[in-house]
Design a protein around this ligand. Structure first.
Ligand SMILES: Cc1cc2nc3c(=O)[nH]c(=O)nc-3n(C[C@H](O)[C@H](O)[C@H](O)COP(=O)(O)O)c2cc1C
Length: 150
């Protein structure tokens, strides 16, 4: 069964709301036959990445970059996963206060290095996520999961 790995850093209620919406989309009952695995970024391992077929990443923007936790995840898994995971699909979401540009650039840069294939538009939200923002998160989760189910 294909596996979707969700790696997230979730330090606040606004980030938690986005995470839950993404998980809900990924685990939608109409998408059958995909195993969804969630890992906090500080506990995700290279084995988790190698065992999965696609990825969802979630982070706040911190100090003009992705969170240190997600950066730590990439630092750990980059070389162990470089050969094996090329071409795999991924998507991501970023929550920020006012400017998520550096976080987006960082994630695009690392995933380009890994050779991962972005399979959905990134979802970015500043401030409290409204209904439309949470729907975009749900769609993100559902899109990546449905792609693995095909
Ligand atoms: C140390 C620190 C640095 C931050 N840097 C940024 C930043 O560069 N860009 C941004 O948009 N938000 C920044 N933020 C805001 C966080 O992204 C925000 O607190 C996080 O997404 C959680 O959102 P919430 O506090 O509204 O729940 C920063 C927050 C902290 C604590």
């Amino acid at each position: 069964m294909p596996t979707l790995l969700i790696v997230h850093h979730t330090p606040s209620p606004n980030c938690q709301a986005m995470f839950e919406a993404v998980v809900s989309g990924a685990a939608a009952p109409e998408i059958e036959g995909v195993r969804v695995v969630r890992r906090a970024a500080l506990s995700a391992t290279a084995a988790d990445v190698l065992d999965a077929d696609g990825y969802l990443l979630g982070t706040p923007a911190n100090l003009g970059y992705m969170s240190g936790a997600l950066k730590h995840f990439f630092d750990q898994v980059y070389y162990p996963c470089l050969d094996t995971t090329k071409g795999r699909p991924f998507g991501y979401y970023v929550h920020g206060g006012n400017d998520v540009t550096g976080a987006l650039r960082g994630i695009e840069s690392v995933t380009t290095g890994l050779g991962w294939r972005r399979a959905a538009e990134a979802v970015t939200v500043t401030g409290e996520p409204d209904k439309a923002a949470l729907e975009r998160c749900w769609e993100l989760g559902a899109t990546i999961a449905a792609g693995l189910a095909d």
